[in-house]
Design a protein around this ligand. Structure first.
Ligand code: UDP
Length: 366
């Protein structure tokens, strides 16, 4: 165990559901040393409170309100509010995760106050400069005093940009322990199948929310049409951003043959994912989770920052007919595909990433 840190001395900044998923165990392991700072980037109960609860984390210690703003204003407001907070009550370290506007704001605010910064899930690169996430992660990595890289590939990305080895630790990805600790048992999974009127291994679980897929009416239409034409039921928990676009573009009638739901809590989402035939998604985290639950994921994106799963758990396609072609081909040999994936280890480590991260934080501030 790392040496005890003073109470509330490590500010863990988060603002969206994937950050809660990937920092949940880090916060638990930090115990009283953790100070949870929520920027409010996505503060709806369905995207925030239910995720904190799943990890046994109470209300955030500090709550800022940057939601509903443009990217620039979100980052600017969050940096200002974090700067004020860090000025009033200086932490020993700031921890941010991934590639959100909240992560970048945490990095800039820590840097401005000269507080050591730890970046969890460092070194991912899509090389796609059209994605705001790519800029967020690059800047955060370069400001970080410690980059916790999930894989050797991500370490290689950091090294190739000149980040020295003494600022990099390869820890694995904390998603592994999130999935293995919260995956519901067989009985709960059976109940879920009953609630959603589904048969095990005979449905698709799908999520979409990235601007490249939902902000253009023609692209969103083609994705929804592809999902509706699949030979098995499709469960589509709809992100608020996607729902707003469907309404704005008048695409509601395309939802008729899909099983559209509100965003699903993490535990139930994992249960449905593990019982599904396949996942079709533009999510980053779902690609990693697929490698732990051993289900294939069709990644609908122009690029991916997670090449580790391509060719095994994941295939990437652009929106359009390829969605139906690949999904139908997978469906035609689904049992064999599941059997093959069951034998492939996740590239994201052994489930100790959170422990390694907390030990590294303690060493950094100790
Ligand atoms: N997720 C969930 N319920 C849902 C949809 C997604 O619990 O209805 C989880 C999913 O398992 C993953 C995370 O939310 O852990 C992904 O969030 P999102 O796709 O918003 O972000 P990204 O991973 O792309 O950054």
């Amino acid at each position: 165990m790392p040496p005890a840190l003073p109470p509330a001395s490590v500010a863990v900044v988060l603002g969206t559901r994937p950050e809660i998923v990937k920092l949940g165990h880090v916060i638990r392991l930090l115990g009283p040393a953790a100070r949870v700072v929520h920027t409010g980037q996505h503060f709806d109960a369905s995207l925030s409170a239910v995720f904190l609860e799943a990890f046994g984390i109470g209300a955030p210690d500090v709550h800022l309100s940057v939601g509903g703003e443009t990217r620039g204003r979100q980052i600017g407001i969050a940096v200002g509010a974090l700067d004020e907070h860090f000025g009033d009550d200086r932490p020993l370290a700031v921890v941010g995760q991934g590639d959100t506007n909240s992560t970048l704001a945490a990095a800039l605010a820590a840097n401005a106050r000269e507080i050591p910064l730890v970046h969890v899930e460092a070194g991912l690169r899509s090389r796609d400069r059209r994605m705001p996430e790519e800029h967020n992660r690059v800047v955060t990595d370069h400001l970080a005093d410690l980059c916790c890289a999930p894989t050797e590939t991500s370490r290689g990305n950091l090294r190739s940009e000149g980040i020295p080895d003494d600022r990099i630790a390869v820890t694995g990805n904390t998603v592994v322990e999130a999935v293995t600790s919260l995956q519901p048992d067989h009985d709960r999974r059976q109940d879920l199948l009953g609630e959603y009127r589904l048969e095990a291994n005979a449905f698709v679980l799908s999520t979409f929310h990235r601007p490249e897929n939902v902000d253009d009416p023609a692209t969103l239409r083609s994705i929804l049409e592809s999902l509706a034409a699949l030979p098995i039921p499709v469960v589509l928990p709809m992100h608020p951003r996607t729902r707003a676009r469907v309404e704005r573009f008048g695409l509601g009638e395309l939802l008729a043959s899909l099983r559209v739901t509100e965003p699903i809590g993490y535990v139930d989402f994992l249960g449905l994912a593990a019982s599904s035939a396949m996942l079709i998604s533009d999510s980053g985290g779902v690609q990693e989770e697929a490698s732990v639950i051993k289900r294939p994921v069709l990644v609908v994106r122009r690029s991916t920052e997670r090449p580790e799963v391509l060719g095994t758990f994941a295939e990437r396609v652009e929106p359009g007919p390829s969605i139906g072609e690949v999904a139908t081909a997978w469906w035609s040999e689904i049992d064999d595909l599941h059997a093959r994936l069951a034998g492939i280890p996740s590239p994201y480590g052994d489930g100790t990433a959170s422990e390694q991260t907390v030990a590294a934080i303690a060493a950094l501030v100790g």
